[in-house]
Design a protein around this ligand. Structure first.
Ligand code: UT7
Length: 334
């Protein structure tokens, strides 16, 4: 049994926030943000929750796949910004979509969440344990953004992307490669709540970040160095697994964190830049949503052709990274 992407969807909030708008909040300029990151604007949730954006992206993907929610066997949501510790966003989604047959769980692999989710869903479908799976990435990063910290607040945006994965006749999701390096865990941190223990009020020492807020704290330079190392590793590994060369790939879908990180990949492989998807100018860094939002835009703009090879590659907090090789097929439901 093979697994392929049979539908895509996405949702971004209406509220556009330009670099000039950010310059009202912190000491920054459009020139600095564009030259250092490539970001020109981002979308901010106007009270829209993570589950709400997930639902909008999911409905669009189901419609694109020509599939009803009652056909789903599995729902996976990737997020680092859930609305609740419990229930999961995926269970909320399962209930709202009336996907009665599906079992549902969330994953947290930060910005690599789409690749991790694709790997998991693919394996369920290939094993015959699910015929149709919904993978949704939804991130409301404004919930954990410190709008007094210019080092981080200009980088992030909100949004959701989704794919329906189904059993296919041809080779859809051909190969995936996942990797983690927890020795870099402290480089990108957003803290959960500490335990409240009335018997023992002294909390155990914090291993990552002594600060008590929930905001994103990032060592940008170190994450940058990790990214330019991890991206080529993930690209090379997945191509080797598939026995393919980079010049056979029609579209590279990189995680959208920084245009300079993407350019480093373009330069390293001598790629035609038009083959490399860039959406961060419009949406900033939307964590795990960035790849599926871009994939959906490419799909809906008619940019994907039968048989084309796609390479998605991501990296993020954890640290995590990974890649996926996808042979695009139109209407390939088995
Ligand atoms: O999704 C995965 C997670 N994140 C990433 O992938 C991010 C990876 N890292 C990066 O993209 C880059 O490191 C950043 C965009 C975060 C920062 O770019 P940089 O070229 O590494 O800048 P920097 O941190 O070295 O800062 C250079 C200067 C500093 O001033 P001084 O110390 O040289 O006087 C910063 O204080 O730029 C200053 N700066 C700013 N200035 C204007 C930092 N942020 C801003 C800002 N506006 N928004």
């Amino acid at each position: 049994m093979k697994a392929g992407i049979i539908g895509t969807g996405s949702y971004v909030p209406d509220k556009r926030v330009t670099n000039e708008d950010m310059a009202v909040l912190v000491e920054t300029t459009d020139d600095w943000i564009v030259s250092r990151t490539g970001i020109r604007q981002r979308r901010f949730s106007d009270g829209e929750s993570t589950w709400h954006m997930a639902e909008r992206a999911a409905l669009a993907a189901l419609e694109n796949a020509g599939c009803s929610a009652s056909e789903l066997d599995l729902i996976i949501v990737s997020t680092v910004t859930p609305d609740y510790f419990t229930p999961s966003i995926s269970c909320i989604l399962q209930g709202r979509l009336k996907a009665a047959r599906a079992f549902a769980f969330d994953i947290n692999a930060a910005c690599s969440g789409f690749i991790y989710g694709l790997d998991i869903a693919r394996r369920y479908v290939e094993a015959g344990a699910a015929k149709k799976a919904l993978l949704v990435c939804s991130e409301t990063l404004t919930k954990i953004t410190d709008f007094t910290d210019r080092n981080t607040c200009v980088l992030f945006g909100d949004g959701a992307g989704a794919v329906v994965i189904g059993a296919t006749e041809g080779p859809g999701i051909m190969e995936t490669y996942l990797a983690s390096d927890g020795t870099g865990a402290s480089l990108l941190v957003s803290k959960a709540l500490a335990a409240i223990n009335p018997v023992c009020p002294e909390p155990a020492p914090d291993i990552l970040d002594a600060r008590s807020d929930r905001f994103i704290h990032m060592d940008g330079k170190e994450v940058y160095k990790f990214a330019v190392r991890a991206m080529p590793e993930a690209i090379d590994k997945v191509l080797a697994k598939g026995g393919l060369r980079i010049d056979e790939v029609s579209h590279i879908l990189p995680h959208q964190a920084n245009a300079r990180i993407i350019e480093s990949v373009v330069e390293k492989y001598g790629l035609d830049p038009s083959k490399v998807l860039v959406t961060l100018d419009k949406y900033g860094n939307t964590s795990s949503s960035s790849i599926p939002i871009g994939l959906d835009e490419l799909n809906r703009s008619g940019g994907l052709r039968q048989g084309q090879l796609l390479l998605a590659v991501g990296f993020g907090a954890g640290l995590t990274y990974g890649s996926a090789l996808i042979r695009w097929q139109e209407a390939n439901h088995a």
